[in-house]
Design a binder for this molecule. Structure first.
Ligand code: ZN
Length: 217
């Protein structure tokens, strides 16, 4: 009866394979563990913005206007990426993204800094709660920061710049024209160029031309 015995062993093997296959199909799918920065390319997707019972003024008092500087290249200080860059309005550092695995989100958790400005669309967001600041009064209080990120002037404002009463008075009692600040010496090689740019900015015709040009970056 060898042939019958062999047939029986093959049947047992086939049944065992079927049971194993059925068992594998019933197992829950394995979850991926590589969560770090896994959705860096999905910053703006899958992020919902709640509009229910939001106090838009919350955290705005944590903004530190003295440290804000928007003259640096829009590069994430962690990932060095250049897309979807937000500025933390408490420490002025640049971070990428807004979803839960991005540097901006992690910074809000680690540092307790909550207010971020998108450097491309000039909108303001609260992290880690992840909602956009939309309150009218809250947005009005942020207009000065929006102006720093993307300066824009209309003809009426430019005309006012040339009027004598636009001058300010410094702590020494000397008059000065508001709006002129030192330029960032990026890479330590632009100081000579900065001198020329600042000198030309005092020529009203040249200044007015670039003020009406719109954002340069
Ligand atoms: Zn910060």
């Amino acid at each position: 009866m060898p042939s019958t015995e062999k047939h029986t062993m093959e049947d047992d093997f086939t049944i065992a394979r079927k049971k194993q296959k059925t068992s594998d199909e019933q197992k829950p799918p394995e979850t991926s563990s590589d969560s770090d920065f896994s959705d860096l390319e999905e910053y703006e997707t899958n992020t919902s913005t709640s509009t229910v019972n939001i106090n838009y003024d919350l955290y705005l008092e944590t903004i530190n206007r003295k440290v804000l500087d928007f003259t640096y290249p829009k590069i994430c200080s962690i990932s060095l990426k250049t897309t979807s860059i937000y500025c933390c309005l408490t420490c002025s550092k640049y971070f990428q993204g807004r979803s839960t695995t991005t540097p901006a989100y992690k910074h809000s958790i680690d540092s307790g800094h909550h207010v971020f400005a998108n450097l491309s669309n000039f909108k303001f967001y609260i992290l880690p709660e992840n909602y956009e600041v939309k309150g009218t009064k809250a947005l009005e209080s942020l207009n000065d920061i929006k102006m720093l990120i993307s300066p824009s002037y209309n003809d009426k404002q430019i005309t006012k710049l040339n009027q004598p009463d636009n001058l300010g008075i410094d702590l020494n009692g000397d008059s000065y024209v508001p709006g002129f600040i030192g330029l960032t010496n990026m890479s330590g090689q632009l100081d000579y160029a900065n001198v020329i740019v600042l000198a030309l900015s005092h020529v009203s015709n040249i200044r007015d031309f670039f003020l009406t040009w719109g954002p340069l970056v």
